[in-house]
Ligand binder design. Sequence first.
Ligand code: AQP
Length: 329
Amino acid sequence: MTSTLPARARCFSGIQPSGAVHIGNDLGAIRNYVALQDRFESIYCIVDFHALTSTHDPEAMRQRTREMAAALLALGLDPARCTLFVQSHRPEVTELMWLFTTVTPVGWLQRTPTYKEKRANQPDDLNHGLLTYPVLQAADIVLYKASVVPVGKDQAAHLELSREIVRAFNSRYGETFPEPQAVYTEAPVVLGTDGVKKMSKSVGNTIPVFAPEDEIRRTIMGMVTDTLRIRRTDPGHPERCNVCQLHRFYGDDYEEIWEGERTARTGCVDTKKLLAERLLRHYAPARERYAELMAHPATLDAILEEGADRLKPIVDATMAEVRAKMGLR
Ligand code: AQP
């Protein structure tokens, strides 16, 4: 998909500081953030305004924002090759969001799958931000006139809505913004430890990347595998086993592991133990970098501030154009 885009296109993506980074975030999105930083002018954002819809403790917000910055840098973002910043450090995005709300029919927002899910699951805790979230997301992306957006498949409906908002704005006020395109990795939806739902912080079915080793091992050993396989000697169904599926990304002998499960040569416990070993080995260098970065909070803060400063000219230009087109100045 990215091959059809001009090399100078801007790339943008955001991640919520709403909890610990998990392998779904890494396999579904962060791997692409890293890969695309050399290909496009890349901007990555820790979206604290978005996280406020679920995180209401100021100290937790500050701590998680730093942890997210350390995690992204440890996993391969390089401030010399991309811009990393915190959403609230460029608050102009909230002005653009308001302007976008005036071209966005409420029905579009009420129809988004995430909003419908939140409305069903937490009817007594349904703040307005949960409804308006996709408008802020559209503003996040196009404030920088970005057209490439690396995300997981769960963001597909939001991205489509961003495109509709951009079309609505462009058709009312004249061609201003490019339509953003989602870019997916080879793991667009990573299932959680339950083997059924999408891995997600809010569901609590995650394998965290930077947790203590014994916690990661325990989490993997507790994963749901092939529910049709009752005895160790029963032939397995590797296509139904999330543990087997995850081996695809942490080794080069996936076919062998698949065959082992299918023929009952290996048991679920063996496959889980191996996954824990490989995953810890895979992330060992990142985990070391993460610990170093977390020991230097002033350095992290400086990287984030520098990122926000670097974006000011782009933001000023976009907002001047938008205000003029809408008759505000
Ligand atoms: N399971 C996943 N598979 C593939 N990609 C995923 N992403 C998240 N989970 C998966 C992608 O990671 C980026 C950051 O997403 P996020 O900040 O929304 O993280 P989250 O873990 O999805 O957060 P929450 O708190 O659990 O939110 P909800 O409950 O709304 O899902 C995105 O690009 C996302 O697609």
